[in-house]
Design a protein around this ligand. Structure first.
Ligand SMILES: *Cc1c(COP(=O)(O)O)cnc(C)c1O
Length: 407
C-alpha cells in the first residue's frame, strides 16, 4: 500500500480525531446515524466518510510505526499509542455507548480485563477507597488483592438491592456490574451514581453483559462504561477485546496513559474483526434476547430447575429495575439443577449447546459455573448463553437434555 493510499484508506487522518465520533458531525442539521435506530447505528458505527474506490470499512492497518519525519506529533506515531484501525473501532464503540453525546472518548484494549484494570489502576492511589460488587466477574477478587497490595482499601457489597449504597462513604471510585455475571442481579445505576457523585466518587459500570444496545451507563449517570468485547459485542467467540468509554477528559487521559505504559493493546486484526462484527450487533442482540426469554420461560415450567434468573422475565426479582434502565435483557440465563451430577449430565446431553465458558456468541454455550471455584454459586448452578439458533430448536434441545439428565 502506498503512503497516500494508506492515508486515504485510514479514512480518519483528515477528520476530527479519535474522540470526535458523532460530535464530529455536529455541524450538520441532523445526523441520520446518531439520530437513527440501533440497527442503523450498528451497521454504520464508526465508518469513515465514503471515498471513491475505498472500501466501506478499511482493512486492518498492520504497523508498529508510521512514517514520521520532523516533530513526532500524532495522530499516528508509534503502534502502542495509536492505530487507525483502533480509531475507527473506538469511534464505533463511542457512538453506540453514547450516541450523539459530545466530549465522550473511547479506548480499546487487548481484553476486557485490560480495560477493567486500566480504569481501576489509573484512577486509584494508595489510601483511596474503592467499592466493588462481591458477586461480579470471577477475576475481580484477583484485582481486589492487587489493589490491596498497592494500599488501596476495597469494600464489597452485593449487586442486588443496591447494597453498595451502604459502603460508599469516603469512596473514590464505585465499580458496578449490572446485570452481574453469573448471578444476573441488577442494581439501579442512576441511584448509585447519584449517591457516589454526592460523595465525590467516580462511577464505572461493567457493561459487558448488557452490551451498549442493552444499556447505556453514561446516560444513566456513570463516568465510565467498561466492557469485555470478547463476549456479545463481537459475538463469534474468536477474539479477545475490551474497551473503556468515558466523559471525564482528565480521567480518560489517565486511562490512555495506563494503556501506553502497560501496553495492553489490541492487535489490528482483532480490532478490525470487532468492528466488522458490530455491524450485526443489533440483529444478534435482538435475536439472542428474544430466544433467551423463550428458554427462560420454558425452564420456569420445570420442577427440577430452581433459582432461575433472567432479568427479562416479568417475575424475576430484578425485572422492575431492569425494565427501567435496560433496553434489552441480554442472552444469559442462569439456573440451578439439584446436584452437580445432574448438571454435568444435563450439559453432556445438550447437542446444540457447547459446554464452554464465556457467553454472548452466536453459538449457544453453557457451563457448570462452580467448576471454576471463583463464584459463590451452588454446585448445580448453570450459566447458559443463548445463541442465534432457531428458538424452537434450542428450547427443544434444552428440554430434551433436562429429560435425559433425570435418569
Ligand atoms: C469476560 C468478562 C470480563 C473480562 O473480559 P476478558 O475479555 O475475558 O478479559 C469482565 N467483566 C465481565 C462481566 C465479563 O463477563
Amino acid at each position: 500500500m502506498s503512503e497516500s493510499a494508506a492515508g486515504d484508506a485510514h479514512g480518519v487522518t483528515g477528520d476530527a480525531g479519535p474522540a470526535a465520533g458523532a460530535t464530529g458531525r455536529a455541524g450538520r442539521e441532523i445526523d441520520p446515524v446518531s439520530a437513527g435506530g440501533d440497527g442503523t447505528r450498528a451497521v454504520r458505527a464508526g465508518l469513515p466518510e465514503p471515498a471513491k474506490y475505498e472500501p466501506t470499512l478499511p482493512g486492518p492497518v498492520f504497523a508498529a510505526h508510521y512514517h514520521l519525519p520532523g516533530e513526532p506529533t500524532g495522530p499516528y506515531t508509534y503502534g502502542r499509542d495509536e492505530n487507525p484501525t483502533w480509531t475507527l473501532l473506538e469511534r464505533a464503540v463511542g457512538e453506540l455507548e453514547a450516541p450523539g453525546r459530545d466530549g465522550v472518548e473511547a479506548l480499546v484494549f487487548a481484553s476486557g480485563m485490560a480495560a477493567v484494570s486500566a480504569v481501576l489502576f489509573s484512577q486509584l492511589r494508595a489510601g483511596d477507597v474503592c467499592v466493588m460488587p462481591d458477586d461480579g466477574y470471577q477475576a475481580l477478587p484477583l484485582v481486589r488483592a492487587q489493589l490491596e497490595a498497592y494500599g488501596i482499601e476495597v469494600r464489597t457489597a452485593p449487586t442486588g438491592g443496591d447494597a453498595q449504597l451502604d459502603v460508599l462513604d469516603g469512596a473514590k471510585l464505585l465499580w458496578i456490574e449490572t446485570p452481574s455475571n453469573p448471578g444476573l442481579d441488577v442494581c439501579d445505576i442512576g441511584r448509585l451514581a447519584e449517591a457516589a457523585h454526592a460523595r465525590g466518587a467516580l462511577v464505572a459500570v461493567d457493561n459487558t453483559l448488557a452490551t451498549p444496545l442493552g444499556q447505556r451507563p453514561l446516560e444513566l449517570g456513570a463516568d465510565f462504561a467498561v466492557a469485555s468485547g470478547t463476549k456479545q459485542l463481537t459475538g463469534h467467540g474468536d477474539i479477545l477485546l475490551g474497551y473503556v468509554v468515558g466523559r471525564d477528559t482528565e480521567a480518560m487521559a489517565a486511562v490512555r496513559r495506563w494503556r501506553k505504559i502497560v501496553g495492553a493493546i489490541p492487535g489490528p486484526m482483532e480490532a478490525w474483526l470487532a468492528h466488522r462484527s458490530i455491524a450485526t450487533l443489533q440483529m444478534r442482540v435482538d435475536r439472542q434476547s428474544a430466544t433467551a426469554l423463550a428458554v427462560a420461560e420454558a425452564l420456569r415450567e420445570r420442577p427440577e430447575v430452581t433459582g432461575l434468573r433472567y432479568p427479562g422475565l416479568p417475575d424475576d426479582p430484578a425485572h422492575k429495575i431492569a425494565a427501567r434502565q435496560m433496553r434489552r435483557y441480554g442472552c444469559v440465563v442462569s439456573f440451578t439443577l439439584p446436584t452437580r451430577a445432574r448438571a454435568d449430565r444435563f450439559l453432556d446431553a445438550l447437542r446444540l449447546v457447547d459446554d464452554a465458558t464465556s457467553f454472548g456468541g452466536v453459538r449457544s454455550t453453557a457451563e457448570r459455573r462452580g467448576r471454576w471455584g471463583g463464584d459463590a454459586v451452588p454446585e448445580g448452578f448453570i450459566r447458559l448463553s443463548v445463541g442465534a439458533e432457531d428458538p424452537e430448536d434450542l428450547v427443544a434441545d434444552v428440554l430434551r437434555a433436562l429429560d435425559a439428565s433425570a435418569a
